[in-house]
Design a protein around this ligand. Structure first.
Ligand SMILES: Cc1ncc(CO)c(N)n1
Length: 216
């Protein structure tokens, strides 16, 4: 059998997976045509998602079984807390997002659902389960962003959200995540593999609901 664990997980998460990575919201981004109100609400909610996601990266860092894995995870933490965070601040300035919406906005249902999945995984998940949720979030974002045309939209709010997720470093990080989940997944019994599959499917559904919430 040549199918990897991550391919197995992804294939069993169709048709949601393809619906996420070809979502109309992403086509709107490529064309620079996401309305300002949708882009604002999407980024405001996503900043709250990123907060939870950063905590989950910390959980992965703590749960990893070797130093080289911790180094790879720490590299991603560095990006989320520097380039990605300054992107959010510049985008919020450009979109006129006030302090309250940066710090404690009213959360959409889709954001709450994602937050619950992440905090449960954070509190109770094994390293494999934490990697499963991280992999869905990062791999779906790489896959939609890689579909972007060479000519990016002019508005940096749209353009940089694409390039943050399709640059060579992000590609290597996602490749690493998949290989790491394949490595750890190889030691799981059938019951634990099935738990990862349910989580993978659930997280993929959360990604789809998140995009749907912000599509006009
Ligand atoms: C909802 C969502 N999923 C994945 C990513 C990429 O980490 C993101 N920024 N937002």
């Amino acid at each position: 059998m040549t199918e990897t664990f991550t391919d197995w997980l992804r294939q069993r998460s169709e048709p949601d997976w393809t619906a996420v990575v070809t979502h109309p919201f992403t086509q709107g981004l490529f064309d620079g045509l996401v309305p300002v109100t949708s882009m604002r609400s999407y980024l405001v909610q996503d900043y709250q998602f990123v907060d939870d996601f950063l905590a989950l990266l910390g959980s992965a860092l703590a749960k990893a079984d070797r130093y080289s894995s911790r180094l790879a995870i720490a590299g991603s933490i560095a990006v989320v807390t520097s380039e990605e965070n300054t992107y959010f601040q510049r985008a919020f300035d450009a979109l006129g997002v006030g302090e309250a919406d940066r710090v404690r906005p009213k959360l959409d249902e889709a954001t709450v659902a994602f937050r619950e999945l992440i905090s449960d995984t954070n509190a109770r998940g094994s390293y494999a389960e934490v990697l499963t949720v991280l992999t869905v979030a990062e791999w779906t974002y790489l896959e939609w962003a890689m579909r972007a045309p060479a000519a990016l939209p002019e508005n940096f709010v749209h353009a940089e959200w694409i390039t943050l997720h399709n640059n060579p470093d992000f590609q290597s990080w996602v490749r690493w995540l998949c290989r790491e989940l394949d490595r750890v997944g190889a030691d799981l019994d059938e019951r634990d593999r099935a738990r990862c599959l349910r989580l993978f499917q659930h997280a993929t559904r959360c990604e789809l609901d998140f995009f749907n919430t912000h599509s006009p």
